[in-house]
Design a protein around this ligand. Structure first.
Ligand code: MN
Length: 292
């Protein structure tokens, strides 16, 4: 079995992203360095009720460069619009995979329908790094609808895996990724165990959204905690002490320096200065028609 490096609690308290998403950062490269790579951070907005509103909550127009944002909606509705002209509304079970690459402006809001109806919102946003050779690639936006995300029952129907990216038991996820990785939405029924074989050499991070779970028959992790595993050594296994929901991430590490300044993630301080200069000079384009 893959050895556990650690089980890490999310820092408290939660913080607001704009006025739409109250999140906790379950892990980040700041706390985990190279053992998180290719992932940079995971923000999780646990279920929260919103009242019907005429004002659309969320995050207004802002830039990104040098990495990808992956938004996974469990409940509610989120709308996206960006400077490439792409946009979309995603609901329960859907995801969107946005490659900021050389530079993008976007807004992330509660969808119009969700704002009007109100209700429960639950979502996660994962930041995925790009290797140096792809940091200035063209921006791109992929909508990944629930219907296109394969669902594979765990043996004996003890739970299921939704393959957002990568491959599980021959089922291939719809996301096109820059480097090899698995992004799985894993559910395990109470009292049952799921064991998973992942590529040797991958970093593995498993965020427990609902738990608790027993890890590899010995460790314990509660909701809000992230389990980080060693890069080699076989399977990982989770026994659900209550119906479990895990976000299982594995990926080939990008062993390159990470320099971050807010919404920009590059390799060097010079590249960050360039990103800020390009953004301030309007070289990230514009969202048309303007927000309003
Ligand atoms: Mn953003």
């Amino acid at each position: 079995m893959r050895k556990i490096i650690g089980v890490y609690p999310a820092p408290e308290p939660a913080h607001w992203v704009g006025d739409g998403f109250q999140v906790r950062t379950l892990f980040s490269h700041h706390s985990h360095g190279g053992s998180a790579s290719p992932f940079l951070l995971l923000d999780y907005a646990e279920p929260m009720e919103f009242l019907p509103a005429s004002h659309r909550r969320g995050v207004g127009v802002h830039p990104h460069r040098g990495f990808e944002t992956v938004t996974i909606v469990y409940d509610g509705g989120v709308a996206h619009r960006d400077s490439t002209g792409a946009g979309g509304v995603i609901g329960p079970g859907d995801a969107q995979w946005m490659t900021a690459g050389a530079g993008i402006l976007h807004e992330e809001l509660h969808s119009e329908a969700f704002s009007r109806s109100g209700g429960r919102l639950e979502m996660a946003q994962l930041w995925v790094n790009l290797p140096a050779r792809l940091k200035m690639t063209s921006p791109r936006y992929q909508t990944l609808h629930d219907a296109d995300i394969p669902r594979v029952d765990l043996e004996g129907e003890r739970g299921l895996v939704r393959v957002i990216a990568g491959e599980y038991a021959g089922a291939v996820g719809p996301a096109q990724t820059a480097t090899p990785m698995n992004v799985w939405d894993v559910r395990i029924d109470e009292g049952e165990t799921g064991a998973f074989s992942l590529p040797e050499g991958d970093n593995i991070l498993v965020a427990v959204l609902n738990g608790p779970v027993v890890v590899n028959g010995e460790g314990h992790a509660r909701a809000g905690e992230t389990i980080v595993f060693e890069r080699y050594g076989g399977e990982v296994a989770f026994t659900a002490q209550a119906a479990a929901k895990l976000l299982l991430l594995s990926g080939a590490p990008i062993d390159e320096p990470v320099a971050q300044e807010g919404p920009f993630v590059m390799n060097t301080r010079d590249e960050l200065r360039q990103a800020i200069d390009d953004y301030r000079s309007g070289r990230f384009g514009a969202i048309t028609p303007p927000a309003g």
